[in-house]
Design a protein around this ligand. Structure first.
Ligand code: BDR
Ligand code: CA
Length: 307
């Protein structure tokens, strides 16, 4: 199995990504690392512990950065609720985190498995950037980074910027400039994966506690999307990362150069993607452009059914 570290800010879609990864025999999840993002670090970490417990897994959890590298922290309670995981009943976690910082864990683990570890961040890139700055020797040892964030077109937190990119654009700048093999799964892709009511029922119909947990998460997540965009379901952003590792045939990616806007102006945090190669800059990322949404939701349903 392919070794992965999930770096996340759960978050409804992050939690679904944890469940998908832990149900997939093709992957060996070496650890979950947490970062501030949708809500503060204490809550994203608690939500990772809760989700691990729901998955009946003992994968270790490491807490990381509680704020961005340079700018002030932002958060997304408006989307994910006060807990970060509002909607389903949340059990109290019975086990805590490990005693090591997320960035230290990433460094130690990549060095222990040179060329093998795929990093799967689905929040601000702060932990990955810290690891790359603390230990640049690990950059050529990482197999790949598959990040949910950014967009080739418009944003969702400002007209220009996607939330994970905007939450720590300086960290994104470090990662996109590092030379690491990188896949960017942005809003232009995830807005093709809408969990509309018939898809939520796929999970409800499993008639299992984990199926109901996922259905409850998706139903809550849908409310914000209805209010803001008038859509009848939430965009299931983060699980596209693990799904892409499992079934690349369901997706189209294109190499391009991506630059992070750090101007502080109205486009701050934008992932400026050179779709038509007009800059002449060499591609630094594979950028997802198309999603087979029915195939993706079937895969997710089949894996959640194994719980
Ligand atoms: C991203 O921001 C968060 O709200 C989601 O978990 C996802 O990672 C989408 O912009
Ligand atoms: Ca996330």
């Amino acid at each position: 199995p392919r070794p992965v570290i999930l770096d996340l800010d759960p978050g409804h879609d992050d939690a679904v990504n944890i469940l998908l990864a832990l149900a997939s025999p093709e992957l060996r999840v070496l650890g979950l690392t947490t970062v501030f993002g949708n809500v503060g670090l204490e809550r994203t970490t608690r939500n990772a512990l809760i989700t691990r417990q729901i998955a009946r897994s003992d994968v270790p959890v490491y807490a990381g950065a509680d704020r961005p590298l340079v700018q002030e922290r932002i958060s997304a309670e408006a989307v994910h609720g006060e807990s970060g995981l509002d909607g389903p009943h949340l059990p109290a976690p019975t086990r805590g985190t490990e005693d090591e910082h997320a960035a230290a864990f990433i460094i130690r683990t990549v060095r222990a498995h040179p060329g093998e570890v795929t990093l799967v961040p689905t929040g601000p890139l702060t932990n990955v950037a810290l690891a790359f700055r603390l230990a640049p020797d690990i950059i050529p040892l990482v197999r790949e980074v598959v990040w949910m964030g950014g967009s080739t077109d418009t944003g969702n937190w400002t007209p220009a910027a996607e939330f994970n990119a905007l939450a720590d654009p300086h960290a994104a700048h470090v990662v996109f400039g590092s030379g690491v093999p990188l896949t960017m799964i942005g809003l232009n892709a995830s807005h093709q994966a809408i969990a509309h009511p018939a898809r939520v029922e796929l999970f409800r119909d499993l008639d299992t506690p984990t199926g109901a947990f996922v259905a409850d998460l998706l139903a809550f997540f849908a409310e914000h999307h209805l209010e803001r965009y008038g859509w009848d379901g939430g965009a299931l952003h983060d699980p596209l990362t693990v799904a892409y590792l499992l079934r690349p045939d369901l997706f189209t990616v294109q190499p391009m150069h991506v630059q992070i806007d750090l101007s502080g102006g109205p486009s701050h945090g934008r992932t400026v993607a050179d779709l038509w190669h007009v800059t002449g800059n060499a591609p630094n990322a594979q950028v997802m452009t198309r999603v087979n949404a029915d195939g993706f939701f079937e895969l997710l349903r089949d894996r959640i059914a194994t719980y």
